[in-house]
Ligand binder design. Structure first.
Ligand code: C2E
Ligand code: CA
Ligand code: CA
Length: 641
């Protein structure tokens, strides 16, 4: 577009959003030029008629120029081509006027004025096109004059005092200098936004648009993160002055990713716009809504007299979200998790308030989503504790504070221990025993799980080797592997190396992968699982039944066993209506695929018996033993055999 040629002066490119304004401006300028050309046509006709008692020269030449530009306007309006043609047309009019006055030097002023008028375009190109046209016609007409050519019975004249190339060069130099000066002025105009548009009104409109786009989210039109921050500053000042409170609500749509993944981003975007509009209806005029991330919204509720009022609004929001959302014939179920922090109760610092609301939102998510949670200093305490744990993990590994406990896996028919699951424990030198739920997710978030995972795999292999030395060659040991480890290339080589170094039968080594892990990164995981499987290692799908559990995708995985999630086992109660269709189906599914089916969390004899009856032949659980330290496990095995 226009802007490329303008690189001569490195004119700033017109921002995308202003491009429309610019196009409009170009078209308007084109029209102004057509009017000016028409006026000149009249003037040229008039001059010819009074000077030569005929109007033909001015009328015909002026008409040729003007009419062709009107035709060009139809096809090229608003474009660089049009502007260039207009520039040529203007210069040809200079020629007409000069010729009409038989080369009178004063008529050359027309050239300079016409070039100045062309700056109306706010584009450098037409100015330079005009300069080049002028130089070309001066050279050509200088020749015509030299050879005494006539046109319309008039001698062709470009200079009334005789011709010569020295004068042509002089004129060319003036024209070139003017082109550069005008070009520079245009560059400044664009750079400083002066007269970007024809009228002041349009300029301010553009400026408003500029500030609008930098302060608003393009998709929903809500405030963006940047403007939220500055507006929060104002709110703090207001709240201080009038001794008022305000609340920061952090909203995150539950499972929004699923919408994007299954229905596409188009639908996802429409949904976000709908959510934005819904939120606008739910809050008051002087409250603020911002979209600060993909599916993250922040609402600031002003002047909250008491928490009860606040809860009412929140409950209303939660309720509204639960209604069915219809988009393009898709019926969507949606919910939202909300975290709340309050100024000045929770903090007087804006960033901290936002952080606290975020923390509270995560708590709402962790507690099952579709709910709200207020920030409490307790929560803050928990966060601090987690940070402390994250910082302590490396030291703990170096200080050998981690140990693996082993929970026996039992063959129901024989009552024999056929294997064990390795479960990690952290024996902290000050805090005592820390269960895995308190640190595994932190290790996963910080990436420490990669290092810890390598250690776990190695310890598991060593355990198998020790069992072998004790004479037990038929007890397998499994260890748990988390998602993060699957995203790393080392998992396969870690396992391979551990098997080699400890010289153990790969068939005795097993890994447990949760169903959700397998689903999440299906292609990456599948490839890694296949490689690991090729080592001869046993693959067990953990927590089975909690995810998608479909037969079709089960088939894709080279798994050897299924572990039925504890929640299904919990459902088996004594004397209850024990028709557990889902559980039965899962067991049947495992049998169809020729997999070992094992149940976890078995605490009662009747649970074990029910499972056996339905075709699940293995179990682990407190009924037989809790996870125990290695030495105790050895004793269990010894007594069992
Ligand atoms: P999981 O893999 O599902 O492990 C089974 C959990 O259920 C273990 O909890 C175990 O102690 C517990 N459990 C076993 N039998 C019974 C029972 O009869 N009743 C009850 N109420 N609970 C039973 P634990 O050891 O606290 O581990 C919790 C989770 O932490 C594990 O769930 C696993 O996801 C994770 N985890 C544990 N160790 C490791 C590890 O070495 N690496 C990784 N990545 N994750 C681990
Ligand atoms: Ca497990
Ligand atoms: Ca489990």
């Amino acid at each position: 577009m226009a802007i490329d040629m303008n690189n001569l002066f490195t004119v700033p490119t017109v921002p995308e959003f202003a491009q429309d304004n610019f196009d409009m401006h170009f078209i308007k300028a084109d029209r102004v030029m057509l009017v000016l050309l028409s006026i000149q046509w009249l003037v040229a006709t008039f001059i010819t008629s009074i000077s030569y008692l005929t109007y033909s020269y001015g009328f015909i030449s002026g008409g040729l120029i003007t009419v062709s530009l009107f035709v060009a306007y139809r096809y090229f309006k608003g474009t660089q081509v049009m502007r260039s043609l207009v520039a040529v047309g203007m210069m040809l009019f200079s020629l007409v006027f000069i010729q009409q006055h038989l080369g009178r030097i004063e008529m050359h002023f027309h050239i300079f004025i016409a070039m100045a008028i062309l700056t109306l375009y706010k584009d450098i190109v037409p100015v330079f096109v005009a300069a080049v046209t002028t130089i070309v016609h001066h050279v050509v007409f200088n020749f015509l004059q030299l050879y005494e050519v006539s046109l319309f019975d008039m001698p062709v004249m470009i200079f009334n005092y005789g011709c010569g190339f020295d004068i042509v060069f002089l004129h060319a130099a003036f024209v070139i200098v003017e082109a550069f000066v005008l070009g520079y002025i245009i560059k400044l105009q664009i750079e400083y936004g002066v007269g970007l548009n024809k009228s002041e009104k349009e300029i301010s409109g553009l400026n408003q648009e500029l500030s609008y786009t930098s302060l608003h989210d393009a998709l929903t039109g809500l405030s963006n993160r940047y403007s939220l921050h500055s507006q929060l500053g104002l709110m703090v000042a207001n709240a201080n002055r009038y001794k008022r409170k305000f609340a920061v609500l952090f909203l995150d749509l539950d499972h929004f990713k699923n919408v994007n993944d299954t229905l596409g981003h188009g639908i996802g975007d429409i949904l976000l716009v709908k959510v934005a509009n819904k939120l606008k209806l739910l809050v008051r005029e002087n409250d603020l809504i911002a979209r600060i991330g993909g599916d993250e919204f922040v609402i600031i509720l002003n002047d909250i007299e008491n928490n009860q009022f606040l809860e009412q609004i929140i409950v209303k929001i939660l309720d509204e979200f639960r209604n069915e959302w219809v988009i393009d014939n898709h019926f969507l179920r949606l919910s939202v998790s909300i975290g709340v922090s309050i100024y000045p109760d929770d903090s007087k610092d804006i960033d901290e308030l936002m952080k606290f609301a975020d923390i509270a939102m995560y708590k709402a998510k962790a507690e099952g989503r579709d709910q709200f949670s207020f920030f409490t200093s307790n929560l803050n305490h928990k966060v601090h504790e987690e940070v402390a744990i994250a910082n302590d993990l490396h030291r703990a590994l170096d200080d050998n504070e981690f140990v693996l406990y082993y929970q026996p896996k039992i063959e129901i028919m024989s009552g024999k221990i056929i294997g064990a699951e390795a479960l990690i424990r952290w024996i902290h030198h000050e805090k005592g025993l820390i269960p895995p739920i308190s640190f595994i997710h932190i290790a996963e978030n910080t990436g420490f799980i990669l290092k810890l995972g390598t250690w776990i795999i190695n310890e598991t292999a060593k355990m198998i080797s020790r069992l072998n030395h004790l004479g037990y060659n038929d007890i397998h040991v499994s260890c748990n592997v988390s998602t993060r480890q699957f995203q790393n290339l080392h998992l396969y080589s870690d396992i391979k190396n551990s098997l080699l170094q400890n010289n153990i039968d790969p068939a005795l080594f097993a890994i447990e992968i949760t169903e959700s892990v397998m689903m999440e990164y299906l292609d990456v995981t599948l490839e890694t699982v296949k490689k690991i499987k090729s080592l001869g290692v046993h693959i067990c799908m953990d927590d089975f039944g909690t995810g998608y559990s479909s037969l079709s995708y089960l088939r894709q995985f080279p798994i050897d066993s299924l572990k039925i999630d504890k929640s299904f086992v919990d459902d088996i109660v004594q004397g209850g209506n024990n028709d557990h269709i889902l559980l039965n189906t899962i067991i049947a599914m495992g049998q169809t695929l020729n997999l070992h089916v094992i149940a976890e969390g078995v605490e009662e004899a009747y649970q074990r018996d029910y499972l056996y009856e339905k075709g699940c032949h293995y179990y682990q659980g407190y009924y037989f033993s809790k996870p125990v330290p290695e030495e105790i496990f050895f004793t269990l095995v010894k007594n069992n055999r």
